[in-house]
Design a protein around this ligand. Structure first.
Ligand code: FAD
Ligand code: GLY
Length: 399
């Protein structure tokens, strides 16, 4: 049974990350009465912690072929999405067409990179092989011993923190209601259907009104890595999502003399140069639950790998360090669309690609709600694929 009531339903969204805000924005634009409930500050979960890479080509590895339809489609949406969002919010999200360069620093790495390159090229992805000298012509601060590289001319970047701020502003300007510091404490069901959310900490005119029932015809679960933890979710609608910890830091470059112009990958590291002179250095990938700590080993690994790629980073001041939690599903692919509970849709599990997938996630869930039909690219990614081994959608191998 479709969870879509006719017309433009009222919608309650749990979670104010790029997924929840993007869906909310699209629905508010379409004239729905839509509320986003965020337990903290909107946009300050994984969406804040990310590096903002939009890398559908360079990051594709064997086993991830099934995701390509979705990642490439979302990548194509990015230029228009960014322009529309800049105009709607008045905030420049710094979508920059810098391209991405993946470098190998010795012969073994070059051999491995060549294998990945051939796999990507055979899939028809936009990747080009460069010699070490060609790579250094593009990025002169790379270590002189670079043995080869892959150039991905279509893989760009966005300033994800500005993206979250812009989505928040655009959502509110379009008529959406944003409730921050408002944790959802339960999903309300009646006769086997979600009919709203219970929220804590609602403040009206500065007065705390206590836990409250907010009724809605459709509820969207977009609570990132916390999406399993919302009370009231029946087992059948529980998304198999867990936190995957990432430690990251930023260095301060002279914006007039940056050490990199493209997004750079080298073994165990990526480096993302921002327009304001920050160099984002990321990231660890750790199964440590919600451990919030930066560790000596994590920082050492990041800085050592960054220095092996660009030795000149050793002079740069460290500006900030942070930890984030990727919302990772059992097969590393997102979970989009109908859940096992009528009236409840799911948009979570975006793992390492949630910024890249923000535009298509917003479109897919809004379309499902407004028309009752799924976006074709999103159909392999419903929760149903985990329900039984007989599920038709192919599972994508975990790392
Ligand atoms: P979140 O941004 O985590 O938002 C979920 C929100 O739900 C949070 O704000 C949380 O407070 C709220 N919430 C939780 N429980 C409740 C509740 N009970 N009530 C109300 N609100 C609740 N992706 C890319 O595409 N490119 C990258 O370069 C990239 N780099 C990354 C680097 C790191 C270190 C990390 C950690 C992630 C990276 N990602 C990247 C992945 C990307 O950040 C995520 O996939 C994406 O941000 C997920 O968005 P979200 O809205 O689902 O989750
Ligand atoms: N996509 C980069 C990361 O998750 O670290």
């Amino acid at each position: 049974m479709s969870p879509k009531p006719p017309g433009k339903p009222s919608v309650a969204i749990i979670g104010g990350g790029v997924c929840g805000l993007g869906i909310g924005w699209r629905l508010a634009q379409a004239g729905c009465r839509v509320s986003v409930f965020e337990r903290g500050q909107a946009g300050h979960g994984a969406s804040w912690a990310a590096a903002g890479m939009l890398a559908a080509n360079a990051e594709t590895e064997p086993g991830e072929e099934a995701l390509l339809g979705l990642t490439l489609a979302s990548q194509k949406l990015w230029p228009g999405f960014a322009a529309e969002l800049n105009a709607a919010s008045g905030i420049d999200v710094e979508y920059r067409e810098t391209g991405t360069l993946v470098a190998a620093t010795n012969r073994d790495e070059a051999e491995q990179l060549r294998f990945t390159y051939e796999f990507q090229r055979d899939l028809g992805l936009a990747v080009e092989w460069l010699s070490g000298a060609e790579a250094r012509r593009r990025e002169p601060y790379l270590r002189p011993g670079i043995t080869g590289a892959v150039w991905a001319p279509d893989d760009h970047q966005v300033e994800n923190r500005k993206l979250a701020e812009a989505l928040k502003a655009a959502f509110v300007k379009a008529g959406g209601a944003l409730y921050e510091n408002c944790p959802v404490t339960g999903i309300e069901t009646q006769a086997g259907r979600a009919v709203g959310v219970r929220v804590g900490g609602v403040r009206v005119g500065g007065v705390h009104t206590g836990d409250d029932l907010h009724k809605a015809e459709i509820v969207v679960l977009a609570a990132g890595s916390w999406s399993r933890d919302i009370p009231g979710l029946p087992d059948i609608a529980l998304p198999p999502v867990r936190p995957v910890k990432g430690q990251m830091l930023s260095l301060r470059m002279d914006p007039k003399a940056p050490l990199a112009s493209a997004v750079l990958w080298a073994p165990k590291i990526y480096l993302v140069p921002r327009a304001d002179g920050r160099l984002i250095v990321g990231a660890t990938v750790e199964e440590k639950g919600y451990d919030p700590h930066m560790t000596a080993g994590g920082v050492l690994a990041l800085l050592d790998a960054a220095w092996r790629a660009i030795p000149a980073i050793e002079e740069l001041p460290i500006e900030e360090m942070w930890v984030g939690f990727r919302p990772t599903s059992r097969d590393d692919a997102p979970i989009l669309g109908e859940s096992g509970l009528d009236g409840l849709l799911v948009a979570t599990g975006h793992h390492r690609n949630g910024i890249l997938l923000a535009p298509i996630t917003a479109d897919a869930i809004a379309r499902q709600i407004l028309t009752g039909t799924p976006l074709p690219e999103a159909t392999p990614f419903t929760l149903a694929r985990f329900a039984a081994k007989s599920a038709t959608a192919p599972e994508i191998a975990a790392e």
